[in-house]
Design a binder for this molecule. Structure first.
Ligand code: GRF
Length: 197
């Protein structure tokens, strides 16, 4: 029987698509749900077109009550009983209750070479700092934002004329390779790092 993966998105869902497309054939897992906190996320349509069950949980009616949102999210997730939850451009900060509930089962992709540049505007910060390279990281999700154990990274050089857009465009295809590669190992209990160049 296949292992079960839920994917949480907020936007375009290109990382979600790369994960879904990898979960075929002899892959040990299958996508069981794609959920967005943004009901109009383009990724929901992409997931539905790929034949995946989709759901949305609009965060706005919950206002500042993060725990109520996270509790509702946990209820939805418990119905599909995921073995692993992949955050793929999911733009929410979780409560400690949520990260504790799914401890050891949740992955995130972040567009920086963690531990550098946690949070937002990662590409701009890497360029402004004069870094010679940038990249992306897949890590386990813990209570610390973008702070859990790193499971894989991919790196690219920062070129002299790079803008946030050109750098992001160079990193995104690596995200699409890295995340499925890490998921394949992680879901089989292999937490060794994946390094792509
Ligand atoms: C990616 O760059 C991801 O690393 C970041 O948000 C972006 C999501 O893109 N967290 P997509 O929705 O997967 O296309």
């Amino acid at each position: 029987m296949s292992l079960r993966v839920a994917i949480l998105i907020s936007g375009g869902g290109s990382n979600m698509v790369s994960l879904v497309e990898d979960m075929q054939g002899d892959h040990p897992a299958r996508p069981v749900l794609v959920l967005s906190n943004n009901p109009s996320a383009a990724g929901l349509t992409k997931a539905a077109n790929l034949g995946i069950d989709v759901a949305s949980l609009d965060h706005r009616p919950f206002g500042k009550d993060r725990l109520a949102f996270d509790t509702a999210l946990t209820e939805i997730l418990e119905r599909v009983a995921p073995d692993v939850i992949c955050l793929a451009g999911f733009m929410r900060i979780f409560t400690p209750e949520f990260t504790a509930r799914w401890n050891g089962k949740m992955l995130n992709i972040h567009p920086s070479l963690l531990p550098k540049y946690k949070g937002l505007h990662t590409h701009a910060r890497a360029i402004e700092s004069g870094d010679s390279e940038a990249g992306c990281s897949v890590h386990e999700v813990t209570a610390e934002l973008d702070g859990g154990p790193i499971l894989g990274q991919a790196r690219v050089p920062i070129l002299p004329n790079d803008t946030t857009e050109t750098l992001a465009a160079r990193i995104l295809p690596l995200e699409h390779r890295l995340y499925p590669a890490v998921l394949r190992k992680f879901i089989m209990g292999d937490h060794h790092r994946v390094d792509l160049t």
